[in-house]
Design a protein around this ligand. Structure first.
Ligand code: K1U
Ligand code: ZN
Length: 185
């Protein structure tokens, strides 16, 4: 398994529509394993293919220890509304309140290409909506009001300090980050 770099805001791949998966091959299963490893190392509860620079319609999720692989996911029912704070592994350290359906039913293929449906509420429903947005080139900041989106983007630019790179490295789990005095300057 390998840790993958995460694409960050500004990378064109995050704004592109993904492609429907015709067949879940061994190569894609191995990609799914790498996505889980990367998601856990990045301390996320979800990760979508565009976030690691891929264009397949695939996302992985783990809310409360339940691993979910969604290939070609579609929301077939959305009900209720709830506003909660969200973050995104592709826009680290930026948060905002997003309105989402409280409950969704999602139809997808699993890692073996088998169709299934999942009926979820609250955080899992929110996470699935956030990840399915990624598969259509949408980010949580697109749901914010103009004023809040501008503030979020201004904070992002400030945090980036002119860094124009489109990816970030994820530190493997269990590896302590060395503290460099330079980082304090
Ligand atoms: O797709 C991603 O960027 C992953 C993102 C998913 C997500 C976060 C919050 C609400 C819905 C979906 C994250 O996992 S960011 C990490 C995070 O904010 C979080 C972690 C544990 C519980 C709740 C949020
Ligand atoms: Zn995200």
């Amino acid at each position: 398994m390998s840790l993958l770099d995460i694409y960050v805001l500004g990378a064109p791949v995050l704004r592109e529509e993904t492609k429907v998966v015709d067949e879940v091959t061994d190569e894609l299963r191995s990609l799914i394993d790498d996505m889980f490893e990367t998601m856990y190392a990045a301390k996320g509860i979800g990760l979508a293919a565009p976030q690691i620079g891929r264009s397949e319609r695939i996302t992985v999720i783990d809310v409360d220890g339940r691993q979910l692989v969604l290939v070609n996911p579609e929301i077939v029912l959305a009900e209720g509304k709830e506003r909660e704070e969200e973050g995104c592994l592709s826009i680290p350290d930026i948060y905002g309140d997003v309105d989402r359906a409280k409950r969704v039913v999602v139809r997808a293929l699993d890692r073996d290409g088998k169709p299934f449906e999942i009926d979820a509420e609250d955080l899992l429903a929110r996470c699935m909506q956030h990840e399915i947005d990624h598969l259509h080139g949408r980010l949580f900041i697109d749901h914010l009001s103009l004023v809040k989106r501008r503030a979020a983007l201004a904070k992002w630019e400030k945090l980036r300090k002119g860094d124009k790179s489109h990816t970030r490295k994820v530190v493997p789990e269990g590896v302590a980050r060395h503290h460099h005095r330079d980082e304090e300057l």
